[in-house]
Write a protein that binds this ligand. Sequence first.
Ligand SMILES: [Zn+2]
Length: 310
Amino acid sequence: MPKLNFYAPNFYAGVPLDRADRLRGDAERLAALLEDPRCCVVPLWRSQHLIAAEAEAVVLRRSELDGLLELAGETIFLGLRDEVAYLAIDFSHLEEPQIGPLTAGRGSFQDLRAVGPIMRREDGALLAYARGLAHWHGRHGFCGVCGTATVSEKGGHQRRCANADCNAVHFPRTDPAVIMLVHDGGERCLLGRQPFWQPGMHSTLAGFVEPGESLEEAVAREIWEEVGLKIAVAEVDYHSSQPWPFPSSIMLGFHARADYGPLDLGPDELESARWYSRAELRDSPEDETFKLPRRDSIARRLIEDWLAEG
Ligand SMILES: [Zn+2]
């Protein structure tokens, strides 16, 4: 049964921009938009964003960039909003003492991973998009085919190998991962815990999709590897998805039904896992003994939507 509510996108989805793919190859038009004093810039520094008080994303106007543009590194065209261009500019090459002119009176560079859960959704989506692309540029400065340096083109939406004999084009990567709430078709669902998570946090199972595997097969395989339950791919229901730029995943969310039974935890997987009743989760103490996953995660949504069905 599909559970997706299109009016409630997951956190980090729903970026409020027209991505304007049609403009990416039009260097002249792009240059003109970027000279517009209304043009908006999302600054980045080493995967962090400029954040003001109350977890507000700082977006600079073109007119505020005097003296800063000459410091700019990778520049990425994010899209349009009301015909105003949005850019991300990466200042990662600057050493910490040099970022002062950027932050002066505006806020501080912070990790989206830390401030995301308390941000406005719109800000979170914009920063996630910028972070994902900036991370990709930072990891693809050299051609994976021949090792020559690559050059950004199409407004930062592809990179081309500078070796004319190779000329390979590289596109932004997003790595598919499945994440699934396993339930028994009744009042019980299964949560586990990895040893490096925050104290008390319990969550859904998850894992990367492997080459040569469908999404439902990845769900079934991960459940088998992590808790030793066999499930049928026909019992896997798609729920919704979420961009998760930590660093470059798309989380594909499912509910999956398994027969209730004892669990057999795989080696090197979970620290613990067990079945929980709806009543137990509704009474979650949300403290260091037991808490559900963070509010900006699709894991939380998969659990809350399942609780709401009971
Ligand atoms: Zn190459």
